[in-house]
Each structure stands twice: as structure tokens, then as C-alpha cells.
Design a protein around this ligand. Structure first.
Ligand code: NAD
Length: 499
């Protein structure tokens, strides 16, 4: 940013950033065009209009970025002390705090989340940076006993794993990228990030801001481009030590295959079809908005969305009536409309996919109680969809088995808690899930019974880096947050010292 841009209001700063003719890669502390000279367009999902041009990266650009990351990993960055990296993370938090309004405007226009939602996400980002700053100074090995004759001391050291490839989805890149960047800066690794072709701009702007905050050149690089080109090249690159991937299960499988070239370490955060179980004794004042926003938040584009809402038969009618009343309070609107609670979905193909599930659900015999259509009028050029509800859904239906990734909630009635647990477990995914009950013993029975990476009781969607979050089954492995997160960025060296 030039000095004159620093005096602009956040909206003007965002516009100044967006007005660039092409948004190039960010490699080795510099903005660099794709070697091929090719670009892609990215669209504002609220208007359907082209928002920006980004570099169309390919294998050659990934090579260049990996070289920069390797050079930085072996260079001066490797001599930084834990306190130095901790202070850097604190500086990063401060500069993000100062630039947050600009960043959320860029993110809102690029991926469609309403500014109200993005603004509310700031405390979570700041907490994440505090967490990683604390982790920077908490990396330790062990001194171990041994049975070797003589005077041999044995211990383990932790060392940064090396160059990390971060492959990021479009549903929340502004905050999501910090699960990788935070751990990279705390551990002493370096990174090449490949954001989604549908939402790369906040990742590019953050890379510049990090550089301004003092992150050395080459420590965080960004290559934009298509998944099957730039993304695949990163996953298959022989000099990348580890991949942190968040995205669909299908792409996760391709990444596993590509990563075999040098036996990369992997962290895979994949899709979900989480069950949200509302028992007859639940406090419906909390359960109704909780379950509704567990699906509709971010227009349903959240991996752990509780899209299968299992409701005990005795309260299905009351729950449904209250749910529909709650939905009247939701306001779908342009992402820059301060009053909007829900924005568009990301793209025309995503809208088509979500709408196709409305047909699938009706063909399968589910009852569409609300929504199901694209919004017209002032919204006709954007990718807006009515929040939608299906009733009478059974777990065999495709709408209960496949990830829709849009604002579509399915109500599945159940009779007793064991049946609810069995339905919840009858899924290839195991990411999130919740139970609403005023009985602690019922809640704990469900928590223990459901085979999933994260469970919420009488709430939905809290994530704290100190606690962590992750998936099992086809939702992936390698949790985000908690001490386990840092372990993913480190390897253990066993040391034998004969004295
Ligand atoms: P996606 O898998 O299509 O794309 C994710 C990223 O992978 C993008 O950057 C894309 O360009 C890249 N990519 C695509 N094909 C690739 C390939 N062959 N090799 C390497 N990279 C490739 O996912 P999406 O549509 O961007 O995001 C939605 C999906 O992400 C949903 O399934 C959702 O559940 C999942 N998700 C999971 C979590 C989680 O924490 N578990 C969080 C957010 C999103």
C-alpha cells in the first residue's frame, strides 16, 4: 500500500486494492505475474459482475514459489528465536486489527459473506493469533531414560517440518488461512498458499500486510490459480514437505494421491453432513435459532453445518413452526448491506448444484416447507437463494447423505435417542454434530455415541483454538487447534549423546 492509501477510509482502501488491473502472485516478498502471463477472472457473487483478474498460476509458478519458501526456510528465518516468532505473531495481530475493516470489505465482495458476519469474526481471528503466539514459545521435546550401557543421554528435539503447501477453500479464506499461517510462523516453517480460484483476494492482501508487519520475504508466498493446475502442482511438488488442505472429500482424495511422490505429511479437513439432534426436553428457545443458524450461517457454506436436523417426534410440529417463524427474521442481502444476515452462495455452479438438490429432495418424496428458489428482482444477477427447509426427510435420501453446501435444512424425525445416534452415525462423514437436551445424561450419551470429530451440547459451532476441531471418517484427519495442531508442523528428532 502506498503512503497516500494509508490515509484512505477502509472502503476506499479496499477499492484501491480491487482496482488493480491484475492481482499477481505474491512470491518472495513481491507481487509477480504468472510466468505464462495468463489470468482468470473472479466474480462478486452479490452482483455476478467481474470483481478482479487474478494470475492463473501453474506448475512453473508453484516451482518458483516453492524455491522461495525453501530458500527462506534455510535462510535467516531459521535463526529466529521462539520469542522473535512470538513477537512477530503479536505484530501480525496488531496490523490485522488495524486493517480488518479493509479486509472484510474485500472478503465480502469476493466470497459473498455479509460484512456483519465478517465483522463478528474478528475476535475469533485475534484469539487464533494469540493462541499461535503462545505456541511459538511452547515447543519442546523430552529427556528420555534409556537402557544403553555406558553414559548415553537421550532426548527428543522438535524441528519445523519445512515447506508447507496450504490449499484453501472459498468459504472463509480471510480467517481460515490463519490456521496455516499462524502455525507456520509459530513453528518456523515456510508456506506456499494456494487459495480457491473463487476467493483469492483476501489471501493476497493478507500476504502483503504480513510482509509489511515484518514477516520475512519468502516465508509466506501465495500462488493463485485453478485447483487442477496450481493446486495439483503444489500437492505433487517433491520439495513440499507437508500439505494442509481444507476442501471437499473428492479433492482430498486427489491430494492424497499426488502427495505420494515424496510421502508428504497431510492434514485434511474435508466435507461433512453433521447431525444436529433436538431432543423432546430441549429448550426450544435456544435449540431453534441454534439449529437454524447451524445450517444457514454463511449461506450453508460451512463444512460442519448441521444440515441433518434430527427432531424427536413429540416436538417436531412445535420445532418446525418455530423454525419457520425464526426464518422470517433472516435477511438475505448484498454482502455490503450492513443489515444482511445471509449473503449469496459463491458462484453460479454452486447455486445450480444447491438448486438441483431441491429437485432431488422433492423427487425423493421430502416435503419442501420453505424456500427452494433463486431470488429475483434486485438480486437476480447475484447467486442468491432462499433459505430452504425440507420436512419428512429420511436418512436414505440423497439430501440426507450428500453434502449440499448451501442453505438447505432437512428435518428427520426420530423416536428415541438410540435411534437418533444410529441415524447420526449412518453417514460416511464425521465432522461436527450437536445435541440439544436439558438432561446431561442424555446429552452425554449422545456425545459418546456419535462417531464424529466435534460435538456441541446446547450450542452449535463454537471453535476455540485452545480446544480444537477436527474430523474423522471421510471428513479427514489432523485436527485444527489444540496442542495437536502444532505437532502437524513439527517433526521429532531422537538424539543419542555419548558423553
Ligand atoms: P474444493 O475441494 O473444490 O477446493 C478446495 C481447494 O482445493 C481450492 O483451493 C481448489 O482450487 C483446490 N483444488 C481443487 N482441485 C484440486 C486438486 N486436484 N489438487 C489440489 N488442489 C485442488 O472445495 P471448495 O469447493 O473450495 O470448498 C467446499 C468444500 O470444502 C466442502 O466440501 C466443505 O465441506 C469443505 N470444507 C471443509 C472444511 C473443514 O474444516 N473440514 C472447512 C471449509 C470447507
Amino acid at each position: 500500500m502506498t503512503t497516500s492509501q494509508k490515509n484512505l477510509a477502509p472502503g476506499e482502501q479496499a477499492q484501491a486494492f480491487l482496482s488493480r488491473e491484475v492481482h499477481h502472485h505474491f512470491i518472495d516478498g513481491d507481487s509477480v505475474p504468472a510466468l505464462s502471463g495468463q489470468t482468470l477472472t473472479t466474480v462478486n457473487p452479490s452482483t455476478g459482475a467481474v470483481l478482479a483478474r487474478i494470475a492463473a498460476g501453474d506448475e512453473a509458478d508453484i516451482d518458483r514459489a516453492v524455491l522461495s519458501a525453501r530458500k527462506a526456510f534455510q535462510g535467516q528465518w531459521s535463526t529466529w528465536t521462539p520469542y522473535g516468532r512470538q513477537a512477530l505473531l503479536t505484530r501480525v495481530a496488531q496490523i490485522l486489527d488495524e486493517n480488518f475493516e479493509e479486509l472484510i470489505q474485500i472478503e465480502a465482495m469476493d466470497m459473498g459473506a455479509p460484512v456483519s458476519r465478517l465483522r463478528n469474526s474478528k475476535p475469533a481471528l485475534m484469539k487464533m493469533l494469540s493462541f499461535f503466539a503462545s505456541q511459538a514459545a511452547n515447543i519442546s521435546g523430552e529427556t528420555l531414560m534409556n537402557g544403553i550401557p555406558g553414559n548415553v543421554t537421550t532426548m527428543t528435539l522438535k524441528a519445523p517440518v519445512g515447506v508447507v503447501g496450504g490449499i484453501i477453500p472459498w468459504n472463509g479464506p480471510l480467517n481460515g488461512q490463519f490456521w496455516i499461517i499462524g502455525a507456520v510462523l509459530a513453528s518456523g516453517c515456510t508456506a506456499v498458499l494456494k487459495p480457491s480460484e473463487d476467493a483469492s483476494l483476501s489471501v493476497l492482501r493478507v500476504a502483503e500486510i504480513l510482509y509489511e508487519a515484518g514477516v520475512p520475504a519468502g516465508v509466506v508466498n501465495v500462488v493463485t490459480g485453478l485447483g487442477k493446475e496450481a493446486g495439483h502442482a503444489l500437492a505433487a511438488h517433491p520439495d513440499v514437505d507437508r500439505i494442509a488442505f481444507t476442501g471437499s472429500t473428492q479433492t482430498g482424495r486427489s491430494i492424497i494421491e499426488a502427495s505420494t511422490v515424496n510421502i508428504k505429511k497431510l492434514q485434511l479437513e474435508l466435507g461433512g453432513k453433521s447431525a444436529d439432534i433436538v431432543c423432546a426436553d430441549a429448550d426450544l428457545d435456544k435449540a431453534v435459532p441454534g439449529a437454524a443458524m447451524g445450517v444457514f450461517a454463511n449461506s450453508g457454506q460451512i463444512c460442519f453445518a448441521g444440515t441433518r436436523v434430527l427432531v424427536q417426534r413429540a416436538v417436531v410440529d412445535e420445532f418446525t413452526e418455530r423454525l419457520l417463524a425464526f426464518m422470517d427474521t433472516l435477511r438475505v442481502g448484498h454482502s455490503l448491506d450492513a443489515a444482511a444476515t445471509l449473503g449469496p452462495v459463491i458462484s453460479q455452479p454452486q447455486l445450480d448444484k444447491v438448486l438441483s438438490y431441491i429437485d432431488v429432495g422433492q423427487d425423493e418424496g421430502a416435503e419442501l416447507l420453505r424456500g427452494g428458489g433463486r431470488l429475483g428482482g434486485e438480486f437476480e444477477n447475484g447467486y442468491f437463494m432462499q433459505p430452504s427447509v425440507f420436512a419428512g426427510v429420511t436418512n436414505e435420501m440423497r439430501i440426507a447423505r450428500e453434502e449440499i453446501f448451501g442453505p438447505v435444512l432437512s428435518i428427520l424425525p426420530f423416536d428415541d435417542v438410540d435411534e437418533a445416534v444410529a441415524i447420526a452415525n449412518d453417514s460416511e462423514f464425521g465432522l461436527g454434530g450437536a445435541v440439544w437436551s436439558q438432561s446431561l445424561s442424555t446429552a452425554l450419551r449422545v456425545v459418546r455415541g456419535v462417531h464424529t470429530g466435534t460435538m456441541w451440547v446446547n450450542c452449535y459451532g463454537y471453535i476455540d483454538p485452545l480446544v480444537g476441531f477436527g474430523g474423522t471418517k471421510m471428513s479427514g484427519y489432523g485436527s485444527k487447534g489444540s496442542a495437536a495442531h502444532m505437532e502437524n508442523y513439527l517433526y521429532t528428532k531422537s538424539v543419542y549423546i555419548e558423553l
